[in-house]
Design a protein around this ligand. Structure first.
Ligand code: A3P
Length: 328
């Protein structure tokens, strides 16, 4: 764990005033979304956390950062990264594996929601290399030291309609907890198309990291949720190689399979720490760990989104991703 945090309420207040001066509107979230000058949206406290992280986080070249849009597969990628990097001290099949007591979000924390939050400036210097962190921030908004350090970034994107449905379901769960009516799917689609989701617009988020991956494939690894589903073992091997701890040949197949198994939806969602635990997401509040596990499949959008709405989203995706070389 990180050492004692210092506090800097003045710095937080400075950025809180700045964020308060930005335009805000309702969106796919319980809290209003502020529009950053760079063109992305976020609720106030997390945007403040992002600004403090930008000012204070000192990245190292050896750091590894999981970057995702919310609901794209963050929990899964955090688990895969942690289990892979720590496989020598914590073999995946060990009875006392950390996952039995800590959820993936405790093992790999969000910079802007868990580390730089409240009035805290966490002391991360003593953490051993490689330090593992995560963020939902768009590429343009990454703390400057992340980009200048050249540290490794793992990105996962998810099919937009599935990403939207997963986000809509989570937002409605949060609303229900606070006694607020659920959002009709039509409104959710409208917000999504307007980019009004936390850390959105979705398309800018994906394209930012896609372009960074094309420019620096050794620094930014780009996965797709659906492809990990199709062949998780191949992705564990790619991830391990990318972060500099590759598996050997076929003799390591059992180790790779064990990691795939302990990071699987069925395994993680069945653990006591998931069923009974919660995660403090700072700005967003305390969330039950079950929130991070719903269905874990591909194509659930078809159960909620009409063909007409789907065509609208697909048309935006085609237009935005045209000539980028990316298809989802
Ligand atoms: P659904 O809502 O479609 O089920 P995030 O981790 O970015 O918050 O994304 C959550 C989505 O990933 C949810 O999708 C959740 O069920 C799914 N998910 C969580 N853990 C997973 C795992 N280990 N394997 C596959 N999918 C997982």
């Amino acid at each position: 764990a990180e050492a004692e945090a210092e506090t800097n309420p003045e710095l937080y207040e400075h950025f809180a005033n700045l964020v308060s001066s930005l335009p805000s509107s309702d969106g796919m979230s319980r809290l209003p979304l502020h529009r950053h000058e760079q063109g992305w949206y976020l609720h106030k406290m997390a945007m403040v956390g992002a600004m403090v992280a930008d000012a204070c986080f000192a990245a190292r070249p050896s750091d590894i950062l999981v970057a995702t849009a919310p609901k794209a597969g963050t929990t899964w990628l955090k688990a895969l990264l942690y289990a892979t990097v720590h496989r020598r001290e914590h073999p995946a099949d060990a009875a006392d594996h950390p996952f039995n007591s800590l959820g993936p979000h405790e093992c790999v924390k969000f910079l802007e929601m868990q580390l730089f939050t409240g009035d805290r400036i966490p002391n991360l210097d003593k953490l051993p290399d490689p330090r593992l962190f995560s963020t939902h921030l768009p590429f343009v908004a990454l703390p400057k030291s992340v980009v200048s350090s050249g540290c490794k970034i793992l990105y996962v994107c998810r099919e937009p309609k599935d990403n939207l449905i997963s986000m809509w379901q989570m937002a409605n769960k949060a609303k229900a907890k606070h006694g607020v009516e659920p959002m009709p799917i039509e409104a959710a689609v409208e917000f999504f198309c307007d980019g009004l989701m936390p850390f959105g617009p979705y398309w800018d988020h994906v394209l930012g990291y896609w372009r960074a991956h094309l420019a620096h494939p050794d620094r930014v690894l780009f996965f797709k949720y659906e492809e990990i589903q199709r062949d998780p073992a191949a992705h564990v091997r790619k991830l391990a190689e990318f972060v500099g701890c590759p598996f050997g040949g076929a003799e390591d197949d059992d180790a790779v399979d064990a990691i795939v198994r302990i990071c699987s939806f069925d395994h993680l969602s069945g653990l006591e720490v998931t069923k009974r635990g919660e995660t403090n997401l700072g700005a967003v509040g305390h969330v039950d760990n079950t929130t991070f596990f719903r269905r874990g499949g591909v194509g659930d959008w078809a159960n909620h989104i009409s063909p007409e709405m789907a065509r609208r989203i697909d048309a935006i995706t085609a237009a935005k991703f045209k000539d980028s070389g990316l298809s989802v």
